[in-house]
Design a binder for this molecule. Structure first.
Ligand SMILES: [Zn+2]
Length: 382
């Protein structure tokens, strides 16, 4: 193995210390040294640099364990910002997010019937408005988009609703705004958001978030890292066929999960225009509405059982519009999931609803680049 250069070691230590300070509200230099196994001297040196960069601050004194009370360190939440976008079915929403996941400024544009170039222009317009606010510096832009995405190339391979094929979205945004850009599938971005900011980070580090809205997709985190598979589509469960000779899907196949369990499937089956209408009928106990929702929950549960069989992940979070049908819906999903999975594997599964709503996608998209590369936070040393 090659010996790390001085520069590499310095960067590695810096990332490690910053990651440790990030992970807690407040922490002392001594604790950082203990957690990272770096020497006290190294930690102090790195921390001085972080304070000089404005990233970390001394925020008071902690409990003493005998000696003098240690000085506590904390991330300065508003020292850096990132932009996150959620390209939803009805509207595109963009926001400026600080280092603690607080949304500081939001811009949204309704996108009915906008597709192709018009949809792209709407994305530019949102970013344009956000970069012109007083919130600086902005260090990265992340986009959560529906469809199949190649994140390493920043390309949207196929987003049917937006009529985007092989769109180099990352490169286009980068060219216009000169910032690092990450493009993620919206369900994958949502999974990161729920993991980092939804209070799930303390779990084992494995998590599946299933986003059930007009489409259906899942985001899978393994050891706290997004797993995208070989083609970027890990978690694309919405277009797996669950009903032979079922309804025609927008992807061209018949009987995809999306044609049964998504919000649009429910609307179509009940010939209704809005989920509010469906919800009212369901809550009033209208037989047909109850049947369609039960059927939707049933097939979703079977798909979750498949995920459990493959991944054996014990924490699953449900998000998206269909969660409006509440705990009754979730219990039907759970019942069918448990009936379809090996009981020893499904009985320990925690199935819950997400806490962040549409914000999860924005937060996850904004955090993705920074979490993978803490060096983005630093002023460039040339
Ligand atoms: Zn399909």
């Amino acid at each position: 193995m090659k010996k790390a250069t001085y520069q590499q070691t310095k960067q590695h230590n810096r990332d490690l210390v910053l990651r440790t300070i990030f992970a807690s509200e407040t922490v002392s230099r001594a604790e950082v040294a203990r957690i990272t196994s770096l020497t006290r001297t190294t930690v102090s040196e790195v921390v001085n640099g972080l304070i000089a960069e404005g990233l970390v601050d001394e925020v008071g004194r902690g409990e003493s364990l005998g000696g003098k009370m240690p000085i506590l360190l904390s991330i300065v939440p508003d020292s850096r910002y990132a932009i996150g976008l959620n390209l939803g079915q009805e509207k595109f929403v963009g926001a400026i997010v600080n280092l603690r996941g607080e949304i500081k400024e939001t811009v949204e544009i309704p996108v009915h019937d906008k597709n192709g170039q018009q949809a792209l222009e709407a994305v530019y317009q949102i970013i344009n408005q956000l970069v012109r606010t007083r919130l600086k510096p902005i260090i990265a832009i992340g986009v959560g988009t529906p469809g199949l995405v190649n994140t390493s190339q920043g390309t949207v391979l196929n987003a049917v609703n937006l009529d985007w094929q092989d769109l180099p979205l990352g490169k286009l945004i980068h060219k216009k705004f000169k910032l690092p850009v990450s493009i993620l599938n919206d369900s994958q971005a949502t999974a990161i958001g729920e993991y980092v900011y939804g209070g799930s980070a303390e779990s084992e580090g494995n998590l599946i978030v299933v986003n059930v809205k007009h489409g259906i997709g899942a985001g899978i985190l393994i050891n706290g890292r997004l797993f995208q598979g070989d083609g970027g589509g890990a978690g694309e469960i919405g277009h797996v066929v669950v009903q032979e000779n079922g309804e025609l899907c927008r992807c061209g196949k018949r009987g995809c999960l999306e044609t049964v369990s998504s919000a649009s499937a429910v609307l179509r089956r009940l010939h209704m225009d809005s989920l509010d209408q469906v919800l009212a009928a369901y809550e009033a106990g209208q037989a047909e509405a109850c049947l369609v929702i039960a059927n939707a929950a049933h097939y979703l549960g079977i798909s979750l059982a498949n995920l459990i069989g493959i991944m054996n992940i014990q924490k699953i979070i449900l998000t998206g519009d269909m969660t409006r049908f509440g705990s009754g819906w979730m219990e039907m999903v759970r019942t069918s999931m448990q009936a379809a999975a090996l009981s020893r594997m499904s009985e320990g599964v925690h199935l819950e609803m997400g806490t962040l709503d549409y914000r999860a996608c924005i937060l996850g998209a904004s955090a993705h680049l920074v979490l993978n590369d803490y060096s983005l936070l630093f002023t460039r040393e040339d």
